[in-house]
Ligand binder design. Structure first.
Ligand SMILES: [Zn+2]
Length: 561
């Protein structure tokens, strides 16, 4: 007698093979058989008309902090995600000494758009080292399965203190960092994650610690990661980090690398494809590199109090560095500041989040009713009506009463469907980049997997169901060396979901106030999901999360070579 049999399902098994109608039997959380007439079970589900697929493996999340107060990593499991990878870009909360907690929280607030108040009230600091963090998650329990990178910026602050934000590391410090990484890998780290991206800044615009690392430090730390023949090197690249640089850093490590964030930029049409061809050339030489791409248009909500989209622009720095509101307003009003900013925005040679596409920034909601007629208009149109430069309009508006509270939405990157379609189909692409757990006030792409099926399979026919599911499950397990997950074949863990392919998709995002201390975040719902199982345990049923006392997820520690 098995624990569970799902009968008559259209099985799309995550291998990319053609789907077929059949049954799957689960015992003790493991898929033990598949075929027809498998016998008896305690629970039998008739899945006629529905598709059974592996749960999604979301390889780019930032749930590191949230997991300490929300073991479920909401909303990912209700969107079909059964395994999450945390620590991306190297922004983690372990290791962290008590005296660096404040600094870590402030940096996360800025770089990943997390509420300061929520982090302060929410984070449970029952750990100091990376192995202690994994133990804490394991002892307390997790909803989905969790794999964790060792994060460069955290390791740097742990070893160098505040100086991690201002200088290169010396030899002794590099050796200490190597030891922390080796220890982390022995205790179950997925790999080593870092960032050289110019848009990644901590409090007051100070570059995140990993951005100050030199070549020797990068080489040494990657080598430390690979000491035991395991580990993924994850990098969010800045414009000065080429694929050649990455290969040089990784020389001799013989490990795979994943590079974020390859988003299509309409003003620099070829740049992302050029990176993918460099990645292909590297792969042809035997250096396994993958490009993390996204299937979602990148839209962000923001106010001028903290306009994340400007932070990759060098001439925005004076504004970012202002310690008080009053000084911030002074800088925004300054003509010289505006002129430098405008020159840089209009320089089309740069690749960054915002490229002067003012028609893509829309007024979403005003606080001051005087401006109610602006809602729904683009900054380009408003500026045209007022015969003023769009940047000047935006900065002038932010200096009016309540202008800093006006909510904008920016449709920045990845909105050209033809180009995004080509990115998704590229053989070196890794479809991911939900950034779930971060930027919660700007966007929420945790439902990227369902969106991929809705938008790119059902509506656009870009690829077959089987291929899309493979990309979101089996291929993820392969790239990240995750054992026994990502496919519905005997011997694998029963991470599965039952969906109605004709209805599958996501809702629009909507705002809720449920973070610790009542801070707001954007939430999103899925459509067409009937059930989700994690390690054989049902966690979601017919559009509602089961109030589950058990936390069925596992902290993943064993990864293959
Ligand atoms: Zn990230």
């Amino acid at each position: 007698m098995f624990d569970l049999i799902i009968k008559n399902a259209n099985i799309i098994d995550g291998t990319g093979m053609p789907s077929f109608t059949g049954d799957i039997a689960v015992d003790d959380g493991i898929i033990v058989n598949r075929g027809k007439d498998l016998g008896d079970a305690k629970t039998i589900v008739d899945a006629k008309g529905l598709s059974l697929v592996p749960g999604f493996i979301d390889s780019h999340t930032h749930y590191d902090a949230q997991l300490t107060w929300d073991p479920w990593a909401n909303p990912s499991p209700k969107l079909g995600v059964t395994t999450i990878i945390i620590g991306n870009c190297g922004f983690t909360i372990a290791p962290c000494k008590a005296e660096h907690r404040e600094l870590t929280i402030k940096n996360l607030t800025n770089v990943e758009g997390m509420s300061l108040d929520a982090l302060k009230k929410g984070i449970n600091w029952s750990f100091e080292t990376f192995p202690e963090y994994l133990n804490f998650l394991e002892d307390r329990g997790v909803g989905p399965n969790v794999a964790a990178y060792i994060g460069h910026s955290s390791v740097r602050v742990y070893v160098m203190g505040e100086e991690a934000l201002t200088r290169k590391a010396n030899n002794d410090e590099i050796i200490e960092m190597e030891n922390i990484i080796k220890e982390g890998m022995i205790k179950g780290g997925l790999g080593f994650a870092t960032s050289t991206f110019e848009g990644h800044n901590g409090e007051n615009g100070v570059p995140m610690p990993s951005r100050l690392a030199d070549k020797t430090e990068m080489q040494s730390l990657i080598k430390a990661m690979s000491s035991f023949g395991r580990g993924i090197f994850m990098l969010t690249r800045g414009s000065n980090t080429s694929i050649d640089n990455i290969q040089e850093w990784m020389k001799g490590s013989n490990r795979p690398a994943v590079v974020a964030a390859l988003l299509h930029n309409p003003l620099s049409d070829n740049s992302t494809f050029n990176i993918l061809s460099d990645i292909t050339k590297a792969a042809d030489k035997g250096n396994e590199i993958w490009g993390q791409v996204s299937c979602r248009p990148l839209s962000m909500e923001f106010t001028m109090k903290s306009p994340y989209l400007f932070e990759g622009i060098k001439n925005w720095k004076p504004a970012m560095e202002c310690p008080t509101d009053e000084l911030y307003r002074k800088v925004l009003a300054d003509n010289g500041f505006r002129k430098n900013l405008l020159n840089e925005i209009e320089d089309e040679a740069q690749v960054r989040l915002f490229n002067g596409d003012w028609d893509k920034i829309i007024v979403r909601e005003v606080t001051n009713k005087k401006f109610i007629d602006l809602e729904g208009l683009s900054i380009k149109d408003i500026a045209k009506q007022n015969n003023i430069n769009p940047l000047d309009w935006l900065l002038n508006h932010s200096l009016t009463e309540d202008g800093m509270d006006t909510l904008f939405i920016a449709m920045l990157l990845n909105s050209d469907e033809e180009a995004v379609g080509r990115l998704l189909k590229h053989p070196r692409s890794n479809i991911t980049l939900s950034d779930a757990g971060a930027h919660l006030t700007f966007f929420n792409d945790a439902g990227y997997g369902l969106y991929m099926l809705e938008k790119w399979v059902r509506e656009n026919n870009l690829m077959s169901k089987e291929k899309a599911i493979y990309n979101l499950t089996g291929k993820q397990a392969d790239i990240y060396r995750i054992d026994q997950r990502g496919r519905l074949v005997p011997g694998q863990y029963a991470d599965m979901m039952l969906i109605d392919f004709d209805k599958v998709g996501v809702s629009k995002t909507y705002r809720v106030n449920d973070l610790p201390g009542g801070s707001s975040r954007l939430n999103i719902d899925g459509h067409g999901i009937h059930s989700v199982w994690i390690n054989g345990e049902k966690v979601f049923n017919e559009n509602s999360i089961i109030d589950n006392k058990n936390l069925p997820g596992k902290v993943l520690r064993g990864f293959h070579a």
